[in-house]
Design a protein around this ligand. Sequence first.
Ligand SMILES: [Zn+2]
Length: 592
Amino acid sequence: MSDFAQGVKQQADIVKVVEGYIRLRKAGAQNYSGLCPFHNEKTPSFNVNAARQFYYCFGCQASGDVFTFVVKIENVSFREAVRIVAQKCGIPLPKREFSSPEEAAEARLRAKLLELHETAAAWFEEQLQAPEGALAREYLGGRGLSPEGIKKFHIGYAPDSFHALEELLRRMADDATLRASGLFSAKEQGDGTPGPLYDRFRKRVMFPIANESGRVIAFTARTLETGEKAGPKYINSPETALYSKGQVLFNLDKAKSVIRQAGFALLVEGQMDCISVFLRGIQNVIATSGTAFTEQQVAILKRHTSNVVVNFDPDAAGSNAAEKSIALLTEEGFSIKIVTLDGGLDPDRYIRERGVEPYSQAVRGAKWQADYLIERARAAFPGGNADQKVKAMNFLLPHIRRIPEKLARDQFAADAAQKLGIDSAVLREELRQAALRRRDHVEVRTAGLTEVERVLLRALAIVDSEHEGTRRLAAQALLQQPAWFEQLGVFPALRALADRQARDPMDVVEDPAQRALLAKALLGETRPPEESEVASSVQQIQEQGIESRQRELRGLIAEAERRGDFAEVAVLSKQKMDLDRALRDLHRNNHQ
Ligand SMILES: [Zn+2]
């Protein structure tokens, strides 16, 4: 360890540094304890000793000093950790040396990109106050933002120019660095090389995105243009050396200490919602920015709290992103409450139209997730007949199965049975068993086909050569990855159809129930499915397949951790990382 690192270590207080990341409670004269950030646990086994300046986890045996803690939690090199700790303690940095040239280059790039973002943010703020920013100021005023609020969040304006920011930043950095900053775009030229740079953000209101230490690392930009020229309403910075979308929680830098005091985080979807709620004094608020939570984001949040109150837009309550976020939080053992605002308003409008006090009341009156879901099930499937009750049960089971603790699942099922008015002992037991075994539906077959099943059956039953390509697409997907399709109720029929060669579709499916389903799909159609429909159905199956395997692995990992079998944890984690990557690639291909 260098003299400098030695000096930093002597001056740093490990308790304070660790507290910057996780909640600690005093557990003895010199001891503090909390939930371990390095493994998943419910009861604290992570200990920090103030006298000897080390940490130790009885759960996963992680241990070390202030630097190894920062290395592990920030995923940085030792030298970078020394620098981070020094900064936290206000110790000035010496001229740095690095262990490898790559590391030095990487650190230089990141430092430069931070500088560029800081300069850009300040410049956008200036532009907002310039005459050209009038429209943007008017827009922000119309959304109820005061000049103080605008200042607090460093909101700015990118003028309608292709080169104004470029000219400014060119004085600070070379072309390669500017390209790496994400602040500019370039058109690909005829020979495939990237063309000259131009400003990515034009005529847009600029919302800076900060990392956990409050430094600007990216922007979200809202258009002021209307009509056909407008382009997307919001655009974001691309992924850069500084910024990875799935690893940032909007406003966490401002909210984290309040989240710890309040004992929960208020989760909203939009950045405007977040800003609006925060500025009116409810400061433990963070935003998902409209996309589904990633595991990294959940892990980051867990360092600060495991209680979440969710206030998503009412019209988006059933939306994929919102539901996936809630699903992931449930799987990771968060306690979740759900706010519903009357009048169908989003948080921003509600707080502006009704005021802070009614909004705080709504947050305090948030319902437990279980109660909220049961109510939704009752509303969606009203009436007292058994069929509706089975449908309501099947609506709930996918949610129940995500809850990690058996006891909580049992409780949820009992509650649901009572509130849904299920008095048949058979149905009650069916629901209870499904909950305990984490099944996602009860076995009372209510027949019918899903849209995906219908598309695949029709594609595989194509007989004319004109649509052969569409048939082959479905058949190949099924033959190459049969495991992904096994979860479908019509899998036996799909399987038989996929290698039917030239035989008639209705002949190759022998099971009568399966044949009935196939007939149902074919009788309802007027034309074969489009190739794009088939492609998106296959992709959906693939995603569901990967997601269900991920869930399974999460369960196995947690179990292996409880047993203390860390070799197994490592093997499983590796498998899970591969799946995470596969899913990301799938999404990327899909959205290009
Ligand atoms: Zn641990």
